[in-house]
Design a protein. Sequence first.
Length: 104
Amino acid sequence: MAAKIKKGDDVVVLTGKDKGRTGKVLRVIPSDNRVVVQGIQVVQRHTRPSAGNPQGGIVNKEASIHLSNVALVDAKGKPTRVGFRMDGDKKVRFAKTTGDAING
């Protein structure tokens, strides 16, 4: 099945503590239906000193959020659902609210 949300898309959070905030998708985890969004669901990770990080300490990083809790942002900045249609011989994603094709 084709992915409705891909890496690099701008999304808005629909529910949770970050509701209403927008960010860019950094990673998609299709096996778990989750996405990692820049600046959203930031958690503190306590790390031990290691070769890669000799200081150790507390590191802030983005945790994943369920795919159903985010929506793509259309050209007007509003959340939208995603559909698929054929433009010639290519299958493209489009925003249901405006009908515009989505790049990517």
